[in-house]
Design a protein around this ligand. Structure first.
Ligand code: DX5
Ligand code: ZN
Length: 217
């Protein structure tokens, strides 16, 4: 199973996203993680479609969009059109999960479902065959720089086990509080796409940080 690092744009230098994308790509980062928050589903507001469109123009990196919004079904087509390669939305949102997955796929992006720390693993078992990725939040969504919630590790393990039992090709992403200490724990539990914000952008040597997070150094 291939490991990927998705760099959280929230921690990047937002006034220099073109050079940030270049620096990340040169450091071995695989994807850009773009957190969209509407101030209602979570208690914070970030950025949206116009910023994503601009980023799409300056990079070929995989754009991994994480929607923390109340009604994702209403917006997924526009996010796909703006250049999202992967679109994650929350199972706890108000949109119908299956219809949202279909809308993302028919718009040409890869669908992923995200779950908050208190949402049980079992609640997403039935949709695993329909998504390209399952995102297990390892902090409460809303802000970068929070501490990892250890209770989420078991959920990663259960979801990875279920994917293996059913012979599915589904990536398992973790998001929030991923650093050199927590990365080996989530990788061992079965996560293969690690989002990193503060840890990655704080590093003196970003290439080394990527190798460490992937368990290659
Ligand atoms: C939190 C966001 C995360 C966050 C990760 O709601 O979804 O993507 O930016 O940042 P760190 O790695 O700093 O926890
Ligand atoms: Zn995120």
């Amino acid at each position: 199973m291939k490991n990927y690092i998705s760099a959280s744009v929230l921690s990047a230098d937002l006034l220099n996203l073109e050079s940030e994308a270049r620096r990340l790509g040169e450091s071995g980062v695989d994807m850009l993680h773009f957190d969209v928050m509407d101030g209602i589903f979570v208690g914070n507001i970030t950025y949206g479609l116009p910023v994503l469109e601009q980023i799409r123009r300056v990079t070929d990196m995989t754009l991994d969009v994480h929607l923390m919004i109340t009604d994702p079904l209403r917006y997924v087509r526009e996010f796909a059109k703006a250049g999202a390669d992967i679109i994650s939305f929350h199972s706890e949102s108000e949109s119908d999960v299956r219809r949202t997955i279909e809308a993302i796929r028919s718009a040409g992006a890869k669908p992923a479902v995200a779950i908050k720390p208190k949402t049980p693993a079992e609640s997403v078992y039935d949709i695993l065959p329909e998504v390209d990725m399952l995102l297990v939040m390892t902090v409460e969504p809303g802000f970068g720089g929070q501490s990892f919630i250890p209770e989420t590790v078991e959920k990663v393990r259960l979801i990875r086990r279920r994917i293996a039992e059913k012979g599915l090709a589904c990536d398992v992403q973790v998001d929030g509080g991923i650093n050199y200490e927590t990365a080996p724990i989530v990788r061992e539990a079965g996560a293969n796409v690690l989002v990193s914000g503060s840890c990655l952008f704080r590093a003196q040597d970003m290439s080394e940080a990527v190798r460490k997070l992937k368990g290659e150094a």
